[in-house]
Design a protein around this ligand. Structure first.
Ligand SMILES: Cc1cc2nc3c(=O)[nH]c(=O)nc-3n(C[C@H](O)[C@H](O)[C@H](O)COP(=O)(O)O)c2cc1C
Length: 385
């Protein structure tokens, strides 16, 4: 018989992911049933018979909002990749101008560049070769990438951590502070014109925790943004394997709770329910355990600056991984839906970005790294191949 506590814990964990912004938290241990959903992590490194696909097998492991993996790739001739978007994989309520989705493309393109270099190719990346789509993305190309052989190319030391990189969404160890040396190392890997910054100062951290929490609550309490996340939940191993994107809530126990009706999409969306309230408590603990913050700013909110922010975010994530530090984006307060307007402005003032834009904000700390998140296989992302 399932104990009340187990039910509450599971239901609470489910609720936690509701407000996880463009992310979600994989709270449950992934059983062997999820091996298929994680297979792309072990397939990267094998030869697919085309260096472009070999590099793409790494690129698709990039962090991206709600793990939607909105990319599609068209191989042109024998040296070009056209990067397209699956427009149905956007997040219209939490990301009304596709800013975060574009940042995810930037993360992917940076991994593609690194992986191509490993194979001796310079990936010449032209973002938005057909012009910047505004105010939302369109079906025009996200990037055109050409693979040019180059034996003198330097390999990127961050590449070593691509397969172990995680967005770590669990509470961090409050007894283990992040020191400025670690923060400095993480912030030293920036490229392009973005500004990387951060803090470990306890007063500033507390201040940012409060703002991040405010943003989280607004996203959680706004019906349409909460529902966007709930609709993307994959509850139980079977759903995760069938749909290895969105918010994964795998695990044998979760599957059982789904089967018996204890956990359902409808139930999780019910304001004031036990699961809903436990979710608030649990996420409070997660956000409160921030031991530092890192953020990425740009002077202008252009598509190019969004791509640039993504390239920098994945570099920061990889650099953190190399020193055993955990990082977790908290994007709610950076979101542009109307209910978020005030805290959005407050964080921009706080981080000195009144004129520009804060593209990414993440908490820092230490805990055990989670299992790899699900991915669609690279082959399923190729158009006409
Ligand atoms: C632009 C962007 C915004 C994100 N925002 C959040 C967020 O608000 N909350 C969260 O838990 N994860 C967030 N993430 C992390 C994604 O959820 C994560 O990358 C995805 O689930 C895949 O997991 P992985 O990074 O461990 O491979 C964000 C990632 C990106 C690139």
């Amino acid at each position: 018989m399932i104990s009340r506590r187990a039910i509450l814990t599971t239901a609470g964990a489910s609720a936690v992911v509701l407000g996880a912004g463009a992310g979600g938290a994989a709270i449950y241990a992934h059983g062997p049933g999820l091996a298929k959903a994680r297979a792309p992590w072990s397939e990267a490194g094998k030869s697919f018979g085309d260096p472009r696909i070999d590099a793409l097998a790494y690129a698709i492991l990039a962090p991206n909002p709600h793990n939607r993996q909105p990319w599609m790739f068209e191989l042109i001739g024998d040296d070009q990749i056209d990067v397209h978007i699956d427009l149905d994989k956007r997040l219209p309520h939490t990301d009304p101008f596709d800013r975060q989705i574009t940042i995810g493309f930037g993360c992917m393109l940076e991994l593609l560049r690194m992986a191509a270099a490993e194979k001796g190719f310079r990936a010449e990346i032209i973002p938005f070769p057909d012009g910047e789509p505004q105010p939302r993305l369109s079906s025009s190309r996200i990037a055109q990438v050409t693979f040019l052989p180059d034996d003198r190319l330097a390999r990127d030391p961050l590449f070593e951590s691509v397969l172990t990189r995680r967005s770590t969404k669990e509470p961090y160890d409050r007894a283990r502070p992040v020191d400025d040396t670690a923060l400095g190392q993480v912030l030293s890997v920036g490229i392009g014109s973005a500004t990387l910054d951060g803090t470990t100062d306890p007063d500033r951290v507390k201040d940012l925790i409060n703002l991040a929490w405010l943003g989280w609550m607004i996203e959680y309490e706004t019906d349409i943004t909460r529902k966007e996340s709930i609709d993307l939940m994959r509850i139980g191993n079977r759903q995760v394997v069938k749909n290895p994107d969105g918010i994964d809530m795998g695990g044998v126990q979760m599957g059982l709770f789904k089967m018996t009706g204890i956990v359902s999409h409808e139930g999780l969306n019910e304001k004031g329910s036990q699961a809903y309230n436990i979710g608030i408590d649990m996420y409070r603990e997660i956000i409160d355990s921030a031991m530092g913050f890192a953020w990425i700013k740009a002077d202008e909110n252009t598509r190019l600056s969004q791509i640039d922010a993504g390239r920098n975010w994945v570099r920061v994530n990889l650099a953190a991984q190399q020193i055993g530090l955990c990082i977790h984006p908290l994007s709610q307060i950076l979101q542009e839906f109307p209910e978020m307007r005030e805290p959005y402005q407050a964080i921009h003032t706080k981080l000195g970005a009144e004129i520009g834009v804060v593209h990414m904000l993440g908490r820092l700390g230490y805990t055990k790294y989670p299992a790899a998140s699900p991915r669609w296989p690279v082959e399923s992302k190729l158009i006409n191949s």
